[in-house]
Design a protein around this ligand. Structure first.
Ligand code: NAP
Length: 248
């Protein structure tokens, strides 16, 4: 088991990629603290995960919430945190002309500020060595119509992983990011996208289908575990070939 005796924190773990990651971590022997803002959904997720998961309601973009989360994690499990997955993120679909600064700031606040607080507030509680995984996106490197704020936020996440890695390498703390392409999660409900639209997107994926959340979780597990111990400051594309294969 890749995470035996490890304590992991996964933000945004009530659904989608974060939940699948927590599920995989528990299966690999970890104790996992899961967080999100909606208490009911988080509790339901924790119930499915079983006794090795502890739910803590916390907004990733709130430094005080994250301080409370790490304190709760350490107090409850009586050990340092070995793995942090900064996964919480939101996506909004709006053309530039209809994007208010308020909207832009909301996306940046959660997707970039949230990652920053998740990592910064973890530092006093982290073991040495430790592994941090930031969930970025294929959108970091591809301009996408109606998703300018989201794309910019994810480019910032890839960049943060590299700077965090540079700053923490001497502490024995590795930091890497993953960039999923299209994964079949509830995030598309918030975009008002129909299943037919999602399938339309899938046509341009070389593998011709969206990822299952468990397929993204497998890459996060690799980066979280000692199997990737010689990696830091890297970004792994988990996108069915979208970033690496020409459509022509
Ligand atoms: N699905 C894809 O195709 C895809 C592709 C590339 C990258 N990603 C990235 O993968 C990550 C997970 O996305 P997903 O598709 O699994 O989405 P999802 O199913 O909508 O899950 C998002 C999770 O984040 C939580 N969350 C949102 N804002 C939060 C905040 N401020 N603080 C704490 N938790 C928060 C949500 O719960 P609450 O709302 O209750 O807080 C939920 O648990 C995101 O960063 C997303 O950008 C997804």
């Amino acid at each position: 088991m890749l995470l035996e005796h490890k304590l992991a924190v996964v933000t945004g773990a009530s659904t989608g990629i974060g939940f699948a990651t927590a599920q995989r971590f528990v299966a690999e022997g970890a104790r996992v603290v899961i967080s999100a803002r909606n208490e009911d959904k988080l509790r339901q997720a924790a119930q499915k995960l079983g006794a090795h998961a502890l739910p803590v309601v916390a907004d990733a973009a709130s430094p005080t919430d994250m301080q409370r989360l790490y304190k709760t994690a350490v107090d409850h499990f009586q050990r340092e945190v070995n793995v942090v997955v900064a996964n919480a993120g939101i996506s909004r679909q709006t053309p530039v002309r209809e994007t208010s600064l308020e909207h832009f700031s909301e996306v940046m606040n959660v997707n970039v500020g949230g990652v920053y607080s998740t990592v910064r507030e973890a530092l006093p509680s982290l073991s040495r060595p430790a592994s941090i995984v930031l969930v970025a996106s294929l959108a970091a490197n591809q301009g996408t119509k109606n998703f300018s704020a989201y794309c910019a936020s994810k480019a910032a996440v890839v960049s943060l992983a590299k700077s965090f890695a540079a700053e923490f390498v001497e502490l024995g703390i590795r930091v890497n990011s993953i960039s999923p392409g299209v994964a079949n999660t509830p995030i598309f409900d918030t975009l008002g996208m129909t299943e037919a639209q999602l399938l339309e997107w899938a046509k341009v994926i070389p593998m011709k289908r969206p990822a299952e959340p468990a397929e993204i979780a497998a890459a996060i597990l690799f980066l979280a575990s000692d199997a990737s111990r010689y990696m830091t400051g890297a970004d792994i594309a988990v996108d069915g070939g979208m970033s690496g294969i020409s459509p022509f």
